[in-house]
Design a protein around this ligand. Structure first.
Ligand SMILES: NC(=O)c1ccc[n+]([C@@H]2O[C@H](COP(=O)([O-])OP(=O)(O)OC[C@H]3O[C@@H](n4cnc5c(N)ncnc54)[C@H](OP(=O)(O)O)[C@@H]3O)[C@@H](O)[C@H]2O)c1
Length: 321
């Protein structure tokens, strides 16, 4: 039987943090977790929108101010979570921007890369020790079909580039970074013996606020047609992340997405990903770059040199599954 939200098990006693829970897929993810009994931290850029979301969701929630475009805000949010909670069961790295109105984050990073990847890299690193001893704890990072558009090298110049605001390549690169990060995190968690699993998911296509950015002209008709014919509503688009977060049978390192129409819609299933996303050397390089750029080091995990290989080896040379 295909997975549906009805399969999300009881989450009573668990604490979950969802970034970008003020709307779209994040709100639906938070809603389901709260409805199943979890205490859900809605990590939102605007406290007002977060409170409005909490009122819609019901259940046990709290709003944490988090602007992923500011490393100071990320540190403040992590500090607030740490001061109020001794552990965290689920971290859903969901928030994202596409074609935003600004070129750079507060710290001078290209907006897509800074918000979608670096902000989540820093947040995860600052919260991870609340999770590593918690049995069944999971980190789910939300990627995209568009990770395939993420060509070019992920280096410091790219991270600070000023040409990405209306670039599908820049959005795709940030989503490729989400996948590389989720896999490298899985590798490091597994080799350090942590109880936490890292997984990735993508929602397919869904008509959310994400599509209200300042898209390049050539993309607008393609996007409009795609959303009309292929998309699914946000409650269904939240399925892959919810499945990855709550089904203990889905192993760490997995990547889920919708199963139908080129992974644009349908029930969650294992998703396909680009060769670039399975490049082990790129995963490690991005990790080191991200540590350097954010100043957040995951020091309690094994250094990569000590790490054992993990998971299935893919047919692609040097790639992990
Ligand atoms: N919708 C799709 O077709 C689609 C396809 C592939 C992947 N995705 C991915 O799915 C995830 C959710 O997107 P969505 O479709 O639900 O879009 P959405 O409706 O625009 O929601 C995005 C969320 O991210 C938050 N956000 C934006 N910038 C932020 C920042 N600097 N700090 C903290 N939060 C911030 C937004 O908060 P505000 O309310 O403050 O703006 C909002 O809550 C994203 O990672 C996106 O890349 C979506």
């Amino acid at each position: 039987m295909a997975w549906s939200q009805a399969h999300v098990p009881d989450q009573t006693g668990r604490t979950a943090l969802v970034t970008g829970a003020s709307g779209g897929i994040g709100l639906e993810t938070a809603r389901v977790l709260a409805a199943r009994g979890a205490h859900v931290l809605l990590a939102c850029r605007s406290v007002g929108r977060g409170r409005a979301a909490a009122a819609r969701i019901g259940g046990s929630t709290e709003v944490v101010r988090l602007d992923l475009a500011s490393l100071d805000s990320v540190r403040e949010a992590a500090g607030r979570v740490r001061s109020r909670h001794g552990h965290l069961d689920l971290l859903i790295n969901n928030a994202g921007v596409m074609f935003p109105s600004y070129r750079h984050t507060e710290d001078g990073f290209e907006a897509h890369f800074g918000v979608n990847h670096l902000g989540h890299f820093a947040l995860t690193g600052l919260l991870l020790d609340l999770m590593t001893a918690v049995p069944g704890s999971r980190i789910v990072t939300v990627a995209s079909l568009a990770h395939r558009a993420g060509t070019g090298s992920l280096d410091e110049d790219g991270a600070r580039s000023s040409t990405g605001r209306r670039s599908l390549t820049a959005y795709g690169r940030s989503k490729l970074a989400n996948l590389l990060f989720a896999r490298e995190l899985h590798h490091r968690l597994a080799t350090s013996g942590a109880a936490t699993a890292s997984l990735a998911a993508h929602p397919g296509l869904s008509p959310t606020g994400l599509w209200q950015g300042d898209a390049p002209r050539f993309l607008r008709p393609v996007a409009a047609a795609g959303l009309r014919w292929l998309a699914q509503p946000p409650d269904r688009a939240a399925g892959p992340a919810l499945h990855a977060a709550t089904d203990p049978h889905v192993p760490g390192g997995a990547y889920l997405g919708p199963s139908q129409l080129f992974e644009s819609r349908g029930a969650p299933a294992p998703a396909r990903s680009s060769r670039a996303s399975r490049d082990v050397a790129a995963q490690d390089r991005l990790w080191r770059l991200s540590e350097g750029l954010t100043g957040v080091r995951y020091t309690f995990l094994s250094a990569p040199a000590e790490a054992e290989p993990y998971g299935a080896v893919c047919p692609v040379t040097g790639a992990r599954g």
